[in-house]
Design a protein around this ligand. Structure first.
Ligand code: NDP
Length: 416
């Protein structure tokens, strides 16, 4: 049986038997989802409950010669299936190559000033002090081999910006950078003669992780469309996204379907990643696709994604979320770079699967087949009824009313 045909229990067992999941993590995910009530009550303010999402897995995403099991938390049907499909095609083609940048998170200390030249000169003259204050503000990150790396002063219209590039090691770095930025801002107020307007990290200014893949057209064939034709249409769809912002937004939304779900599953800050991704897409002044595809002279389809990823593998809420830690273990994400590389590769294959569907049968065939489950649940089906009602719906004009009718008929049959 294929992995997707197994029950969740059988899937966990298979992953444990393959040495990809620990028995303890399998037991964690087998149990009722939810945080310890005391943890939930202390993680945010005004806590009144918890929500749960299904957790899926992308099997064997090939990244830099390694097969990665990528956990995805999502409510959207077809995201996990599409990612697995894209991973399968990439595996047929030697896998995805991904390269993560040096991990630098930038803090901004900005002065609103009528005398920008004077402020620029004062800040530039105090670089040694800035470095000393930054190190004293967060000694533990320095001990871990990280800390302030770059100091840049720029003039903006009516402002002077001191940008502090911080290596936050294995952490995403928002709190670390904010601590450093505020300390430097406080110290700089004495030199500048006025306090900064703001001292906080930016979710932009992150170097992108880049992933590439090259595909033989015959690996792209669908039931009714030849691989070379699919490859040609994917390249055209990619070009369309560069000239039509409306298409580019949806193109990128599809990429974030997978990336956002993996960021969420690993306990990372999906708002930071989403804000950074869309700002990067618009960096040229015109919103652009994050992943692009072109036909090479040899007829193969080359894909490339560039995506800034502000993530970590320790810190933040991760230690309070047992499922996030299990997700990091499942993915083997033992460094920021390993996680970034997998996320970028995931975004690329997710985009491939979406564009291949658009170029071939269209997106709805696969979506609606899976949507049948959601409709069955919305109609009130529970337990084994969900699969039976969904099967009745497939191949018909799907609607909530049809699902309700199918459920009523099933229950009537069972009573007889
Ligand atoms: P933390 O504040 O949790 O700092 C990292 C923690 O990890 C520290 O306690 C550190 O220990 C520990 N740690 C253990 N091993 C390492 C290692 N190898 N490298 C680095 N740290 C290590 O997290 P972040 O600074 O990463 O901040 C992330 C959080 O900030 C997220 O929850 C995010 O949502 C939130 N946030 C985001 C903002 C934004 O994006 N705009 C704004 C504000 C907050 P030690 O103390 O001993 O060094």
């Amino acid at each position: 049986m294929k992995f997707y045909e197994l029950s969740p229990e059988e899937r966990r067992r298979q992953l444990v038997e393959a040495g990809l999941m620990t028995p303890a993590d399998a037991a964690l995910w087998a149990g009722t989802p939810g945080l310890d009530p005391a943890v939930a009550a202390h993680l945010i303010e005004n806590q009144i409950g918890q929500i749960a999402l299904p957790l899926g897995v992308v099997r064997d995403l090939p990244v830099n010669g390694r097969s990665v099991q990528v956990p995805l938390a999502t409510e959207e049907p077809s995201v996990v299936a599409a990612a697995n499909n894209g991973a399968r095609i990439a595996a047929l083609n030697g896998g995805v190559q991904a390269q993560a940048p040096a991990h630098l998170v930038v803090g901004e200390v900005v002065f609103a000033t009528a005398a920008p030249d004077r402020v620029v000169a004062l800040l530039a003259a105090h670089e040694a002090e800035i470095r000393a204050v930054a190190a004293a503000a967060h000694p533990s990150i320095v001990r871990r081999g990280g800390g302030l790396r770059t100091v840049t002063v720029t003039r903006l219209d009516g402002f002077v910006k001191l940008a502090l590039g911080v290596d936050s090691q294995a952490a995403m770095g928002a709190n670390i950078v904010n601590t450093i930025a505020e300390a430097v801002g406080h110290a700089a107020a004495a030199w500048v003669g006025e306090p900064p307007l703001v001292a906080i990290l930016t979710n932009g200014d992150t170097e992108p992780t880049v992933a590439t893949v090259t595909l033989a057209p015959d690996t792209l064939a669908t039931r009714n469309v030849a691989g070379a034709e699919i490859a040609r249409r994917i390249a055209q769809l990619s070009r369309l996204a560069t000239v039509d912002v409306a298409r580019a937004v949806t193109h990128n939304k599809g990429i974030m379907n997978g990336v956002g779900a993996a960021v969420l599953a690993t306990g990372n800050d999906w708002r930071a990643v989403a804000a950074g991704a869309h700002a990067f897409a618009a960096a040229s002044g015109r919103y652009q696709p994050l992943a692009t595809w072109h036909l090479q002279e040899d007829g193969r389809l080359a894909g490339r994604i560039a995506l800034p990823l502000q993530v970590g593998v320790v810190g933040g809420a991760m230690s309070a979320l047992p499922s996030a830690q299990a997700a990091l273990r499942l993915g083997g994400f033992d460094s920021v770079a390993a996680l970034q590389q997998a996320l970028a590769a995931l975004g690329l294959v997710q985009n491939l699967a979406a564009l291949r569907a658009l170029a071939g049968p269209g997106i709805q065939a696969g979506h609606m087949a899976l949507q049948a489950n959601s409709l069955a649940i919305a109609a009130g089906a529970t337990g084994d009824e969900i699969a039976v009602v969904a099967a009745t719906l497939r191949g018909t004009a799907m609607s909530l009313a049809a699902a309700q009718q199918a459920l009523a008929a099933l229950r009537k049959d069972e009573q007889q």
